[in-house]
Design a protein around this ligand. Structure first.
Ligand code: FAD
Length: 284
């Protein structure tokens, strides 16, 4: 917990890392974690490969966070590719590693999966996975949410209705998709308050430190990019160090404004970069 310098309230600070593609690079992520650990985040979450492709690595990294860094690990898990048996196996594996927090997601269709296989999945939505984890018992469950609605949702109201369904199953934290316009987050927060959603809402902040980041993760997320940010990217297209500084500064200004508006938690999409995370943390 850290104290909000504007409101005096305690808020949660957390980070997200992803498993490296190559097995040999796993020690690099351990070094990143060693460099984040002393910030004492409330939890560090670890992503899960599309369709469960690298679930072993997710569990291994979570174990390092939980047992070596002594920080709570939050394991991401997706419904896509999951069966009743594999779910029980994955949950038992996490329990053996003393990992008791899960971010339960639907997941997207992996490139290698056919449309038919995706449509035939045993756990259709995140809510079905949440029910499975809840029935197994012993885990604190978090879920994803989308201030600008999930890209597949026909409208905000429909998306919120399904979000409420997830929360009614006992979700304790909601982590937002990245967003770059805080007004969108405030409007979303008002809407979920009106629906009586009680889960703690953690704002997902993605520092844009490289020009090409917008082309990959951001465009897939469906998050809109304000003119101020796209202008920065245009300005620093030939200047990587300038882009890094401007991107961190943008994220810090976003976080500062969120603190002024009394946010429950700040979740940094670290992109496995300890230095960037530390700079944002200092500003908190
Ligand atoms: P859901 O909550 O199931 O929603 C998916 C869509 O279905 C939405 O449009 C929703 O409105 C709709 N819907 C929900 N329930 C129903 C229902 N009962 N009937 C009809 N429609 C319904 N992906 C990964 O592969 N690995 C990760 O580690 C990962 N981490 C993530 C972390 C965060 C914080 C976020 C925001 C996303 C993450 N994702 C990850 C991406 C995520 O898997 C995708 O965004 C996915 O498309 C939706 O997942 P969800 O859990 O939000 O799905």
């Amino acid at each position: 917990m850290i104290r909000n310098k504007y409101t005096g309230q305690e808020i949660e600070f957390s980070c997200e890392v992803f498993p490296p593609k190559r097995d040999d690079d796993i020690y690099e992520i351990f070094q990143t974690l060693d460099a984040i650990e002393d910030l004492k985040p409330d939890y560090i979450s670890v992503t899960y490969g599309a369709g469960g492709s690298n679930s072993k690595k997710t569990a291994k990294i979570c174990s390092y966070i939980q047992n070596i860094c002594d920080v709570q690990a939050l394991a991401h898990m997706t419904a896509v590719g999951m069966t009743k048996d594999t779910l029980a196996e994955r949950l038992e594996e996490l329990q053996k590693k003393a990992v008791t927090r899960i971010l339960a997601l639907r997941g997207d269709k992996p490139r290698t999966m056919s449309e038919e296989e995706f449509e035939a999945r045993e756990y259709r939505y995140a809510s079905d996975l949440i029910r499975g984890i809840r029935d197994f018992g012993g885990f604190r469950i978090a879920a994803a949410c989308y201030p600008e609605k999930h890209p597949e949702s026909p409208d905000v109201e429909t998306d919120l209705k399904f979000l409420k369904e997830k929360c009614d199953l006992g979700v304790e934290e909601l982590i937002t998709q990245m967003f770059f316009d805080n007004e969108k987050f405030y409007r979303f927060r008002e809407a979920i308050d009106r629906m009586g959603i009680q889960a703690s809402l953690h704002a997902g902040i993605m520092p844009i430190t490289k020009v090409n980041q917008l082309g990959t993760s951001v465009s897939l997320s469906g998050s809109s990019v304000p003119t101020e940010l796209s202008n920065l990217i245009a300005r620093y297209s030939e200047d990587p160090e300038g882009m890094r500084k401007a991107g961190i500064d943008y994220a810090i200004r976003q976080v500062d404004d969120l603190l002024k508006h009394g946010v429950d938690g700040i979740h940094i999409y670290t992109m496995n970069k300890a230095d960037v995370t530390r700079e944002i943390y200092k500003a908190l």
